[in-house]
Design a protein. Structure first.
Length: 261
């Protein structure tokens, strides 16, 4: 049942987000987090995300915008290293808790990593429900800062796509739908490689006993990506976005309060 659930989420997310540039990690990481510690879910999702982006690059990579790759991609790479290192440091604090409290006979102790990622999830989920954020198009002159922020959040929690897509969308006519997808895939791929390199010391413990779930998510996501490449167009599903945002808010609250670990 767990494998089927993760596979369905991976397939749907990859299919719906081929052009939008974000969503696979946003949906798949919480799905995996239901069955494993949050830091393990981030790491396993990173590998699935990397393989999917490699497939995207093989399909449309030649259409990428080189200037955007330099201006946004290099800072993203640097940010991913910092974010990945931060996650490993937080993840090593297995015995530390931000606070301990009880409700009835139950005791809850949110860890530093759960609190940090929970706050990131809450921020982006609430932003997705805010009309001002969905229409936000930052100036291209801030690409370097945007790349650094996107990469850092990618390394920390996997939430790299929302900021990246906002900046790429702000490029206007410089990017077609295909070049948007290609440029975003290459940048995301570099971020995934950087953060996986930072996760390597913890990889054995994070992936132990979870390879079947990793395989199911990867195969389903690759299939969804291939089908999405046949349907390449900007798809907006406001209702789905709202439902996902509400679910992320609930999971984020669970992580922050210690109800989910």
């Amino acid at each position: 049942m767990e494998l089927t659930f993760v596979a369905l989420v991976a397939f749907a997310a990859a299919l719906l987000t081929f052009v939008s540039g974000f969503g696979l990690g946003t949906l798949l990481m919480p799905a995996m987090a239901l069955f494993m510690p949050i830091e393990a879910a981030v790491a396993l999702t990173a590998l699935v995300h990397l393989l999917v982006n490699v497939l995207k690059i093989s399909l449309v990579g030649r259409e990428a915008n080189r200037q955007v790759l330099l201006n946004f991609g290099i800072p993203s790479l640097c940010g991913a290293v910092i974010g990945g290192w931060t996650l490993t440091q937080l993840g090593d604090e297995v015995s530390g808790h931000v606070v301990n409290y009880g409700v009835g006979n139950l005791t809850f102790s949110p860890t530093p990593v759960a609190l940090s990622i929970g706050l990131v999830m809450l921020t982006f989920a609430i932003a997705e429900l805010t009309p001002a954020f969905s229409s936000w198009r930052p100036s291209p002159r801030w690409q370097g800062f945007g790349g650094l922020a996107s990469g850092f959040l990618g390394g920390l929690s996997g939430h790299q796509g929302a900021i990246r897509s906002a900046f790429l969308s702000g490029m206007g006519n410089q990017l077609t739908a295909v070049s948007f997808a290609a440029t975003g895939a290459i940048i995301a791929c570099t971020v995934d490689i950087a953060r996986l390199a930072m996760y390597h010391a913890n990889w054995a413990s994070w992936s132990n006993g979870r390879l079947s779930m990793l395989a199911a998510g990867t195969i389903a996501a690759l299939l969804g990506t291939w089908i999405g490449s046949r349907l390449i167009r900007k798809i907006t599903l406001p209702l789905v976005q709202r439902v996902v945002s509400v679910l992320l808010i609930l999971l984020g609250l669970g992580l922050v309060t210690g109800w989910v670990r």
